[in-house]
Write a protein that binds this ligand. Structure first.
Ligand SMILES: NC(=O)c1ccc[n+]([C@@H]2O[C@H](COP(=O)([O-])OP(=O)(O)OC[C@H]3O[C@@H](n4cnc5c(N)ncnc54)[C@H](O)[C@@H]3O)[C@@H](O)[C@H]2O)c1
Length: 263
């Protein structure tokens, strides 16, 4: 049980398709205690998903952009657990006009909102948890490879590039306290967030054609397994890393199988 006795805070569950739901499910199976977070109107959906975990769990309030929610989170976790061993940041948001082929026309406010919610928030969450990680800890964030430009991803892609950098700076500043910070760069998965991006299907098809191992957009389990590994002591000397869980796509320059729907 690689996560036995670990107390893990898991953000980003909205439905049972969410990557974070699968991470929570596997983490419980690996021995962890889990709490989820959600906020506002999404909370009811998260609570419904929380009841479908192998061991139903509570949902704490967290809009990652609200300092008061972050302060309350620290206190609630202190009361409940006394400390925290790990956290998954599975949070991203970009306004509609910052995605889907609108890169050149997106206003600065929308780009800034994507940055704040999807990248700066990793720092906010880490700072809220740091006082609770007196014996060290592991923080994992969710990336979509930001070393290149993608169709449709636009300012979310820029926000992911920022997230990659934020995780390295956090690894620098929190490493001396024994806190590790890593990202999992996942291939495309058919979650609420992803299906909301116009053109997601094209990207998913390209992946299936190019990933040497193939890729199932309906199966977040391999991504969840990598998250659990990074949260575990098996990864105790790993920080500032980006672990690609994408069927090998990132290593390959062009499709070796025909792209479905092309030609
Ligand atoms: N699905 C994919 O193809 C894919 C691929 C690579 C990386 N990712 C990343 O994985 C993470 C999880 O996304 P997902 O695909 O499971 O989608 P999802 O829609 O299930 O999860 C996104 C979550 O972000 C939360 N969120 C948005 N704004 C928030 C805020 N202000 N405060 C707190 N939470 C907020 C939502 O409530 C939701 O739970 C995201 O960072 C996403 O970019 C997804």
């Amino acid at each position: 049980m690689i996560l036995a006795d670990k107390r893990l805070l898991i953000t980003g569950v909205i439905t049972k398709d969410s990557i974070a739901f699968h991470a929570a499910e596997q983490a419980q199976g690996a021995g962890a205690s889990v709490l989820l977070t959600s906020f506002g109107r999404a909370r009811r959906m998260t609570e419904r998903a929380a009841q479908r975990l192998p061991e139903p769990v509570d949902v704490l309030e967290l809009d990652v952009n609200k300092p008061e929610d972050l302060a309350a989170l620290t206190e609630t976790l202190r009361e409940r657990w006394g400390g925290v061993d790990g956290a998954l940041h599975a949070i991203a948001f970009a306004p509609e006009d910052a995605l889907g082929g609108k890169f050149l026309s997106a206003p600065a406010e929308s780009a800034a909102m994507a940055f704040q919610t999807s990248a700066f928030s990793l720092k906010s969450l880490a700072v809220a948890l740091e006082p609770l990680m007196q014996d060290g800890g592991s923080i994992v964030g969710m990336d979509f490879d930001a070393t290149v430009a993608w169709p449709i991803y636009d300012w979310m892609g820029v926000a992911k590039a920022a997230l990659e950098s934020v995780s390295r700076y956090l690894a620098r500043d929190l490493g001396p306290k024994g806190i590790r910070v890593n990202l999992v760069a996942a291939g495309p998965l058919g979650t609420v967030a992803a299906r909301g991006i116009p053109g997601f299907e094209q990207l998913a098809e390209l992946w299936q054609a190019q990933a040497p191992l193939g890729w199932d957009v309906e199966d977040p389990a391999p991504v969840a397994s990598a998250i659990c590994f990074l949260l575990s002591d098996a990864a105790r000397a790993i920080s500032g890393e980006i672990l690609h869980v994408d069927g090998g796509f990132h290593a390959i320059g062009a499709p070796s199988r025909p792209v479905e729907g092309a030609g």
